[in-house]
Each structure stands twice: as structure tokens, then as C-alpha cells.
Design a protein around this ligand. Sequence first.
Ligand code: ZN
Length: 391
Amino acid sequence: MNLKGNWNYPTAIRFGAGRIRELPEACRTLGISRPLIVTDPGLAKLPMIADAVRACAEAGLAAAVFSDMQANPVEENVTRGVHVFRKGSHDGVIAFGGGSALDVGKAIALMTGQSRPLFDFEDREDWYTRVNVAGMAPVIAVPTTAGTGSEVGRASVITDVADHTKKIIFHPRMLPALVIEDPELTLGLPPQVTAATGMDALSHCLEAYCAPFYHPLAEGIAVEGMRLVKEWLPVAVRDGKNLEARSHMLIASSMGATAFQKGLGAMHSLSHPCGANLNTHHGLTNAVVMPYVLVWNRRAIEEKMARLAAYLGLQKHSFDGVLQWVLELRRTIGIPNTLADIGVRTEHAAAFAPQAFADPSTGGNPLQIDTPQFEKLYLNCIRGDMAASAG
Ligand SMILES: [Zn+2]
């Protein structure tokens, strides 16, 4: 099958191997003549960024690169990017990279036309209405990992260094106007990054599917996203050059972020404080806490898990069937079992619990969790006490 397509939901997506060559034409489509390519410092050194700059130049587009950002991006990264954007008289952003680069790129495009500070646009109540929409620059997103799905998301996650929390900056128009998904750009990802980011995609699908709201559209996307992860993540980790596996994982990633418009849950609530305080990898952290959160939510999701297990073709059409699959998948692709394995210690539990409770993802968890329960859940994840996690 030719794994190629032009789709229009949730935004315009050009999917298929080699389609990065359409980047200059995509700029023209959006009326961008001076794009700022926003990427991370590691990627900035790779040929794919130099190729993009050259392709733009050959098409008469004055592209520049901004890559001054860290792995869990902070406000300062966005502020500097806005400065570069304005100074270079840029008229659009090409957000090119993994989750951090995509989030910073989208935030720069938002902030270039605003007079309020970044965290005034946090995803709370109707704060997004504060945005001067006319001041937003157009964004083309080019994902180079398969997990975050930020290319089809309407938000950026930026760490507030004042209180070490990850804040979600949201506006519906932060959804990139055009996305180029070229799986060839992901062929070079090392196995550990493939595994960790792929598990982020799974956590998005799984948490969206479990969130207790009526949204069949999101649930349909989520279950097929999980099937693709089940079939293809182990292949992509084992054989990084497998273009078919890379293709399916890239779209599974976009499906996860499309589905989580419905909501996320405690996997993300637990993960965000670890990333904000200890710089743990987002997808890896989600992967570690995933089975503990499933067990916690068990009594609220049994029936849903049975349906999911049937769709995934698991042997047991039950909660236990899904849990066993998740544990097996984690083992196969080398995900550690406890938060202690990635540097979270018991003394962090009390400090992180209130941050987890305050995280916007918490509202989507199937069972309510209060701060003392988050502390207990952290301790279970740190000690590897999965059976004790039932909520
Ligand atoms: Zn995530």
C-alpha cells in the first residue's frame, strides 16, 4: 500500500515519504516569504535542517534558523525566539523537530503579536480570549519524532521556572495551519527515543480513550491509534529503518494528539512535575507510570478495557488483557519499571503531589484523585508497587 495522503482534519496534513520537499511550496500556500525555522540545537546540526534552509533559499524564501531551547522548554526560550522573529522581520514559523521544537515554534508564532506575558495565555477558564488573534503568525509543523503529536495540537507546554510547573499555553488557532509528515525524517531516531516517544503517543490515545466524557469521535481515533502502536512500535524500535513502521507510528502520534482534545489523565499529571523538576523525558515518564495509573483507574474502566482488548486482538478481552499487553510492550522496548529507575526519589513524592493535582490533565482522569492520593501513587510508582495502586 502506498502510505501517502492529503488530509484535512484536524488540519491540513501532507503525509508521506519524501514530502519534506514540498516545504517551500507549503510556505507559499500560507503566504510566508520569510520563514523562521524553529528547531532544537541537536537537530540544527543535522543535514535535514540545512536541506530545508537551502530548499527555501532556492525557492526565493529568506529562511533563518532559531534553535536556542532546552529539552523541557522554558519561557526564556520563547522570548528569545520572539526577539529573533521580530528582528528578522519574519512572517511565519516552520516548527521543525520533536515536541519541544514544535511547542516553542507554536508559542513564538503566538507571542510575536501579543503585549501580555506568555503565562497570561495559560489554558484556564477563558484566558485564550485574551489573545490578539490578528497578531499570530502562521505555522507549518514538521514533526521529526513520533509521539508528542504537537503538530496537530492547539497548545504548547512550557515550563514556568518560577514555580517549576509545566504550563499549557492554549489557543484554538495554535493548531498549525499546515503539517508536513514525512516518515523519512524519523528514520534516524535511536531505539530509546523511538520507544519513549512512541509510548507518549500510546499514553495520549489511552488517556483520551479513558477520559470520562462523551466524545465518540476522539475515542474512535484513539483505538485505531493504539492498534497502530501495538503493531508497529516494537518493529520501529527493533528496525529503525523500517519505513512502514515509521509511517504508522508517525500518524499514530498525530492521532493521539487529535484524540486528546477529549482529555488526558493521571499519567500526564504524574509525568509533568517529574519533567519540570528533574528534566525526565516526557514520553519515558508516561511509559513508566502507565500501568500504575491503569490499575488505579481499574474499577472505572473495566468495560472500556474489555472493548479495547477485543479491538486490539488481545487474548484476554478484559482489563487484565490490556494491562498484560502494556507490561509486555514496556519490557519488549526497554522501558524501566519504576520512577526510581529514572531518578525520582521517595522524597519527591510529597513535593510533586500538589503539582500533579493542579495539572490540567487531572480533570480527565476516570477516577478523581486528591493530593494525598497522588502522593501515594507516586510512592507506588517509585517503589514498583503496582498491586497497591488500585484507587
Ligand atoms: Zn504527552
